[in-house]
Write a protein that binds this ligand. Structure first.
Ligand SMILES: [Fe+2]
Length: 274
């Protein structure tokens, strides 16, 4: 286990990584197994588990892009908000229930890691660590498609959240460090912490977004598991640092930041009951 404070590392280097325990890694491995079972079903079956607005559950290829709508990201996705399986259409069906169970188990791992980062940032900025992120954050599993033409499966972009905890079962993710795109070390038992544009707003620019892209290595299979951490979305949220005395509403920014990638406004959810 690294002794590095992830928040300190984030502030100093612009990104960081959080090591996984053996049990954490097992939850991730099980999630990948169940993801592969889900995504290798036919389109009609998968489409039954996606909401009409594409916010919950399955989202087919073509709905999301990184820069331009005519170059969709070369993947389909599954989105699991707020650790609440009931948001996913047909959630009790055996075509999706085992996948949702694995998502719920991995949620605990990812949310615990997000807690570490947020506690460190709140400590650094002398703020209370009261950013309730669990109802406004989501897991996204991306299932990449084979493509022989494109050099990049996702074009260079920044994420529109506080930060993303990223992991992949194969190479491809590249991150910008010192002005150059370089292959990121993920998938080796660590979660990469990638700051997004909402954290930049939270810190008045002190933590810039980490630009990233996905290189095409012509892999037979590629699965990424992302935990996208948002501030609360249903009430105004003040930044850690006010910019020029202006009180930016960080929540408003987080609700609408998906639009630049073709996504609908983020849903404002209430915590799941029971
Ligand atoms: Fe991204």
């Amino acid at each position: 286990m690294s002794l590095t404070d992830p928040a300190r590392d984030l502030l100093d280097r612009g990104h960081t990584a959080i090591p996984l325990t053996t049990e954490d890694a097992a939850a991730l491995a099980e999630l990948r197994t169940q993801a592969a079972r889900f995504f290798t079903q036919d389109e009609e079956t998968k489409a039954r588990h996606g909401s009409a607005d594409f916010n919950f559950g399955y989202r087919p290829y073509g709905r999301q892009y990184s820069v331009s709508p005519d170059r969709p990201d070369m993947n389909s996705s599954f989105t699991y908000w707020a650790n609440d399986p009931t948001r996913v259409p047909g959630h009790e069906a055996d075509t999706v229930a085992p996948f949702l169970k694995a998502l719920g188990a991995y949620w605990q791992v990812a949310a615990g890691s997000a807690d570490q980062v947020l506690a460190g940032l709140a400590g650094h900025y002398g703020c209370g660590n009261d950013l309730q992120f669990r109802t406004s954050s989501y897991l996204e599993v991306n299932w990449y498609l084979r493509d022989d033409e494109r050099d990049l499966l996702q074009d260079r972009h920044e994420d529109g959240h506080l930060f993303t905890l990223a992991t992949s079962d194969g190479p491809g993710l590249e991150i910008e460090t010192d002005g150059e795109m370089r292959q990121a070390a993920v998938g080796d038992g660590r979660l990469l912490v990638m700051p997004g544009s909402v954290l930049t707003a939270m810190t008045a620019g002190q933590v810039p977004p980490l630009y990233h892209q996905v290189r095409n290595h012509q892999l037979e299979r590629r699965i990424t598991v992302l935990y996208l951490v948002n501030p609360p979305l249903g009430r105004p949220v003040a930044p850690y640092v006010a910019k020029d005395g202006q009180a930016v509403d960080v929540a408003a920014l987080a609700r609408t930041s998906g639009a630049m990638f073709g996504l609908p406004p983020a849903p404002v959810l209430t915590p799941p009951t029971a």
